[in-house]
Design a protein around this ligand. Structure first.
Ligand SMILES: [Cu+2]
Length: 155
């Protein structure tokens, strides 16, 4: 009787021992993946430059549409003087809210105004604000046009 019990205990010990020895190694965690570094490519296209020519017939093209950040250059090829300025004439506050007497004053420290502030052969202005901005030649305000500024062009 005792021998039979001892036999059973021995078999149980052998089975448990075998299970302990052969249970195998735990599964390895998968290797960590290396994160992809963020790219630094720009998200908007380079803003173009546009030229508007002023002749004795007026501005050409009178009106253009450009993305925000574009620079528009007005070139005088007329036999008259050119003074490009934001509408409305004669106060010129349409683009940035400041009047000609403010933003053309000596010592003005605000952002560059959409106003040539005196006659000259060329005037370049970089448009940031979205909208349609009327302009004119301050010395001949019937010569006019508009710049429509759209959101920056996504790539
Ligand atoms: Cu004016």
């Amino acid at each position: 009787m005792n021998g039979k019990i001892l036999g059973i205990v021995a078999v149980v010990l052998v089975v448990l021992g075998g299970w302990y020895v052969f249970q195998g190694t735990p599964a390895q965690a998968p290797a960590a993946t290396t994160p992809t570094p963020a790219t630094t490519t720009p998200t908007t296209a380079t803003a173009p430059s546009v030229t508007i020519t002023y002749t004795n017939q007026g501005f050409s093209p009178e009106s253009v549409t450009v993305p925000s950040g574009a620079t528009v250059t007005f070139v005088n090829q007329s036999s008259n003087k050119m003074w490009v300025a934001s509408d409305p004439h004669p106060t010129h506050q349409g683009y940035d809210g400041t009047t000609r007497s403010q933003h053309c004053a000596a010592g003005y420290t605000g952002p560059a105004p959409f106003d040539q502030c005196s006659a000259g052969d060329s005037f370049s202005f970089t448009f940031i604000k979205i909208g349609t901005w009327g302009y004119h030649n301050h010395g001949a305000p019937s010569n006019k046009g508009s710049i429509t500024v759209t959101p920056p062009t996504p790539i």
